[in-house]
Design a protein around this ligand. Structure first.
Ligand code: FAD
Length: 346
């Protein structure tokens, strides 16, 4: 019997817009594009959305392990958030946090959190978006008027425009050497942004943490910068579950150690501030935890043979609010460009 060989399209699938990363910037960008009638493909390396907004389950507890809360200072972000508040996915958590000795800071602007955790908030944002999980982009290279993305070394995707939202050092590493060389000076503003590492521990306690309301406190003892009680916060009903964040100095000084070993040392340091004993712990390290400087623009565009956009928490106001505003701004710029292209074509 004669076998019919399946003809592979030369460049796999083709999308108008591909977004790399389903963190808050990528999700906000995808949402904004959907609202504008554009359906991007989002490629996400991990198995869930949210990036550094991550909620994990460990030993019966639920932990906001990365971002703990977010501010809402900008009107565009408030508008973006309003649906989430209405749908009961986000809520105001507090107007200030005490230090570990219980001395409250003066009440000021509201801090919000996800009702079921920060990761659940990201998951609610991801619902209507075309996201491909477990799809790590390994490299991007310019074509004639497009970009070719290699996903996990095999799949090849063609895109008219690409929006990169991973932390800038890892985003820049994806660009082929030849393109990096050719774009040269255009990439310079982005290469100057470095990131501090972050280290967090999810710890189960054998009783209440003893943390003051609203269930989190700033600490600064050299090792520990923050402790939050996820039970008091309302996301871990069945277990005494605290999140411990390391100071920047501790994360840097223990950067060569395996994350678990560094996390155990951090947990030991945090024990002095907790009323109950730690019975188990899970550690997580982010190489690119927090940008050390924020670029004074909402997003960045490199005009090559095809446009390459950058967004994320290194832009706008930084942190979650900045990441979302940056994603929205990049999406609006892409929408305007696509509208202009289709008007010219008509
Ligand atoms: C420990 C910690 C505590 C924090 N606390 C707060 C806080 O309380 N309040 C606050 O506002 N901010 C906080 N932040 C910062 C906040 O989490 C970030 O500013 C925000 O989540 C950044 O969103 P982003 O979309 O720009 O990037 P990310 O969240 O990093 O998203 C990038 C996404 O891209 C994906 N990705 C990366 N490379 C690839 C690839 N090659 N292919 C496909 N996908 C890829 C990643 O998996 C990730 O999902 C904290 C951060 C950390 C680490």
């Amino acid at each position: 019997m004669r076998r019919i060989r399946q003809q592979q399209p030369p460049h796999g699938e083709h999308h108008s817009v591909v977004i790399i990363g389903a963190g808050m910037a990528g999700l906000a960008a995808a949402h904004t594009m959907l609202d504008n009638g554009i359906s991007p493909l989002v490629l996400e390396a991990e198995s869930q959305p949210g990036g550094r907004c991550v909620t994990v389950a460990h030993d019966g507890g639920v932990f906001d392990l990365g971002a703990q809360f977010f501010t809402v200072r900008d009107a565009a972000f408030r508008q973006f958030l309003e649906n989430r508040l209405d749908a009961g996915q986000a809520r105001e958590w507090t107007r200030g946090f005490p230090d570990i000795s219980g001395v409250s800071e003066l009440a000021s602007h509201p801090r919000y959190c996800g009702v079921a955790g920060m990761g659940a908030l990201a998951a609610s944002l991801a619902r209507d978006i075309q996201i491909r999980f477990n799809s790590r982009v390994k490299g991007i290279v310019e074509g004639r008027a497009c970009w070719f993305l290699t996903v996990d070394n095999s799949e090849r995707i063609k895109a008219d425009m690409v929006l990169m939202t991973s932390p800038l050092p890892s985003a820049l590493r994806l660009i082929s050497d030849e393109n990096t060389w050719r774009m040269g000076a255009l990439l310079l503003p982005l290469t100057g942004v470095s990131y501090a590492p972050r280290l967090a521990v999810a710890a189960i306690l054998d009783g209440p943490s003893g943390l003051p309301a609203p269930g989190a406190a700033r600490v600064d003892d050299g090792a520990v910068s923050w402790i939050a009680d996820n039970k008091i916060k309302g996301i871990s009903p069945d277990a005494f579950a605290v999140t411990i964040h390391a100071t920047r100095a501790f994360a840097e000084n223990h950067g060569d150690m395996p994350a678990d070993a560094a996390g155990n040392l951090l947990a030991e340091a945090a024990a002095a501030f907790l009323e109950s004993d730690i019975t188990s712990a899970l550690s997580r390290r982010w190489e690119h935890g927090a940008p050390e400087s924020i670029l004074q623009r909402d997003y960045y565009l490199v005009e090559g043979r095809a446009p390459l956009y950058f967004a994320g928490d290194a832009f706008s106001r930084g942190q979650i609010e900045g990441a979302v505003l940056s994603g929205i701004a990049a999406a609006n710029a892409i929408t305007t460009r696509l509208s202009a292209t289709s008007a010219t074509a008509e």
